[in-house]
Design a protein around this ligand. Sequence first.
Ligand SMILES: Nc1ncnc2c1ncn2[C@@H]1O[C@H](COP(=O)(O)OP(=O)(O)OP(=O)(O)O)[C@@H](O)[C@H]1O
Ligand SMILES: [Mg+2]
Length: 338
Amino acid sequence: MSARVLVLAGAGGVGKTTVAAAAAVGLADAGARTAVLTVDPARRLAQALGVTGLGGRPAPVAAVPGLDAAMLDQDERFRELLARSGSAELAGNPVAAAVARGFGGLQEYLAMDLLGELHAAGGYDAIVVDTPPAGSALDFLDSADRMARLTGHPLMRLLTGSSAVLGAGVGLLGRVVGGRTLAEAADFARAVAPVAEEVLARSRAMRAVLAERGEVALVAAPAAEPLRIAARMAAALADQGLPPRALVVNRTHPVPAALAGAAPPERLTGADPAAWAGLREVHAARVALAAAEARQVARARRRLPEPALLELSSVRGGVAGTAELRLLAGRLAPLLAG
Ligand SMILES: Nc1ncnc2c1ncn2[C@@H]1O[C@H](COP(=O)(O)OP(=O)(O)OP(=O)(O)O)[C@@H](O)[C@H]1O
Ligand SMILES: [Mg+2]
């Protein structure tokens, strides 16, 4: 049985990395051999897992038996990709680097490629993928199609075309990559086609795996804008044949307990009327916040009736390590159950 792949996507800063880490910890604790990958160059995943750093290949997380973690190392993967295609010498070629940067979404292709490799190696029961904010996550899931568009891109055809065409295109190329020499461009052109074909083949294979074994969970904060972004992403994902399985509304605040009695409790306030008024004000603000969040969640529910809706409460003091991740993992049980 091939690994299930769980992809976390959503707007910036809503908790994708945290939820990915929590989901991975929950899966590993349930006995699944699990890998968690982050495409996000930020160090959040390492921090949340309580490890000092993450390498480009999955390595065991000491605090969580059965869990490996990795952070995509884009440069390393690009060098490996070139080497695999017999073009290692291109790694230092400035035209190759410039064109690669110009692709847009190279990070996503390389992440998909790494995911494909791990999936094909068959060492895991579950692979959890954290993604960069909204648009990029779609790029990631869509990378096979984008790769196909890339290989048909006029610039690519120009580079891989006959030397006469290449010669005619050098002016254009110079403008695109910043005046590189024809020799460098020709080097790149000779090697880039097989590289692109290989990535295309691998990302297509991975797209098929995602269609069959992939699940997407959207993460949003209980606020209008992130939930709107989640709704848009849900529609785009459904168009790609990957309707999200769950919407995780992260960092909600509970309705606070009622303030008992109308009179100030003396031991709390020292019978100071100003302190009591302040306390009531804070309490009222918490009640209003919980009510506003509940309205947003209800609205999201109406907008997105399909995916399971899971709420994760805000952990006081933040998510600093595996204890907090396990707390959140408990709330993700319906998503993790498979
Ligand atoms: N349930 C929670 N309770 C408390 N703090 C949380 C919770 N979820 C996330 N956080 C905190 O919110 C911040 C943002 O979380 P995280 O880095 O996971 O978001 P992200 O969506 O991955 O961000 P980015 O889009 O920048 O990659 C972090 O400081 C994290 O510790
Ligand atoms: Mg992140």
